[in-house]
Design a protein around this ligand. Structure first.
Ligand code: FUL
Length: 472
């Protein structure tokens, strides 16, 4: 076996990356003066007096997210307009100068409390680009300001699962030039919230590369370490005006992790993908988009290709001027949840029997992979790159989806090629061809009726592991 394959097979997630990956599907919430001015990018000179939600209820947001099966929420604590949704001690451009709750309110507090009460994780978006703050462009001074804000958010609001840094900057060629001190930002986060994943302009989770919800067919979490170069990341996530949505709707599908891509890449890193998009055309609420909530099919397609394709799914739902998720968005979130309940009602593999072409030993037997949630897995011997697993249901059953999971905690991402087959009159009939698996692969297909399925792992790196197979 070639050395680089052996190396690639040993790149694993950190515990914070693993915890983040398990969040799977979570909400983005864009809320700011833009909600009241009908803009996507505020100018920074908005009067805080316009920020006045009449019925803000963060519990309503959290309940709606939970309806859809989301496990976390990331709030735009400060967007590009510089307005802070919490009463920062470092600026007056915040909720404390708004009429909302007579200037004594704190949106970050209400949302973080609601998340904790509702049992979902809370994350913060803090825009590095700031169109209001005077020091922006005076690099050391602004970096101090930004770190000060990070400290407020990371000490006063409980555990944070994600710190989301945007690369957008619309200053243009004659605008202010700010050199961000990323290393100092990261150090602050690691010190105050060591379990938080730093996403997009950060080392823990990578932007999938578009805002349309498109995910690569083969999404690798093991990629060349050069992808972590901040200059390149910033360049890629750069967006110079708010009308650039369409450019960001297209994606290149660039191969990041195949054997080809990593053969001569040098050092490799665990850098998994996050897919982010909005439930409506805009990131912020615009009443004229009330009837443009994306159709269920489209959102499910994104879910299956992201969460079901070894990425996570960050779906934006913007609160309206009342400070509530709009009825149309809530209805869609409910439909998403109802779909999941129906589609994943009964795991046929739960009471099935599993057989493998080979297992390392008894503690790595194929029985392990039928029981979701157990930290056990099946694996063959070192160097067995192709293997088979048969699952027998005990009777003929109908099914239209199979969930596969590798045990990434112990052995990273390894499977490169697989086929699913069902048994018919003693013969195996292939019905699904896939490439990578990783944390989770959800295979969708036309309904099959059979008493057994066979997973043929045709190619993997060093040896494959499987922690879970579910059949629905
Ligand atoms: C972009 C921003 O410019 C948008 O306003 C939005 O916050 C999106 C998630 O990222 O870069």
């Amino acid at each position: 076996m070639e050395k680089y394959i052996l190396e690639a097979a040993q790149v694993r997630p950190s515990s914070r990356q693993l915890a983040w990956q398990k969040t799977e599907f979570y909400a983005f919430v864009h809320f700011s003066p833009n909600t009241f001015t009908n803009l996507e990018w505020g100018l920074g000179n908005e009067d805080p007096g316009i920020f006045n939600p009449t019925e803000l209820d963060a519990r309503q947001w959290v309940e709606a997210c939970k309806l859809a099966g989301m496990r976390g929420l990331i709030l735009t604590c400060k967007h590009h307009d510089g307005f802070c949704l919490w009463p920062s001690k470092l600026t007056d451009h915040s909720v404390k100068r708004s009429p909302w709750k007579d200037g004594r309110g704190d949106v970050v507090r209400e949302v973080s409390d609601a998340c904790r009460e509702g049992g979902i994780q809370f994350g913060v978006y803090l825009s590095p680009w700031d169109r209001h703050e005077n020091t922006y462009g005076d690099s050391p001074a602004y970096n101090r300001y930004f770190i000060g804000q990070l400290k407020e958010l990371l000490t006063d609001y409980g555990p944070i699962f994600s710190v989301w840094f945007d690369g957008a900057c619309g200053e243009g060629p004659n605008g202010k030039r700010q050199v961000y001190d990323w290393d100092a930002y990261y150090e602050t986060i690691r010190e105050l919230q060591p379990d938080a994943c730093i996403s997009v302009c950060g080392p823990d989770a990578r932007w999938c590369g578009n805002e349309a919800g498109h995910c690569r067919t083969s999404e690798w979490s093991v990629v060349p370490e050069t992808l972590l170069d901040m200059e390149k990341i910033q360049e890629k996530s750069q967006k110079v005006d708010d009308g650039e949505f369409s450019r960001r709707m297209t994606s290149s599908d660039e191969d990041l992790g195949s054997r080809e891509a990593i053969r001569n890449a040098g050092k490799l890193a665990w850098y998994p993908a996050e897919v982010n998009t909005s439930i409506r055309p805009g990131w912020f609420y615009h009443a004229q988009e009330d009837n443009c909530v994306r159709p269920l099919d489209e959102l499910l397609h994104i879910y299956y290709s992201s969460v079901g394709g070894n990425a996570t799914f960050l779906l934006n739902i913007p609160p309206d001027r009342r400070g509530l998720f709009h009825e149309n968005d809530v209805a869609r979130l409910r439909e998403i949840g109802e779909h999941f309940h129906a589609a994943f009602k009964e795991d046929l593999a739960r009471d099935a029997e599993a057989f493998a072409s080979e297992s390392l030993d008894e503690t790595h037997s194929p029985g392990n992979l039928l029981n979701q949630g157990k930290y056990t897995f099946w694996r063959p011997k070192d160097g067995t790159e192709a293997a088979e697993i048969i699952i027998r249901f005990g009777s003929v059953r109908s099914f239209d989806r199979v969930v596969l999971q590798e045990h990434i905690a112990s052995s990273g991402q390894r499977i490169e090629l697989f086929t699913l087959e069902y048994e018919e009159a003693g013969c195996w009939r292939p019905f699904y061809h896939g490439t990578v698996v990783g944390y989770k692969k959800i295979c969708l297909f036309d309904t099959k009726r059979s008493g057994a399925i066979r997973l043929k792992i045709e190619q993997s790196r060093w040896y494959p592991t499987i922690s879970h197979i579910g059949v629905y």
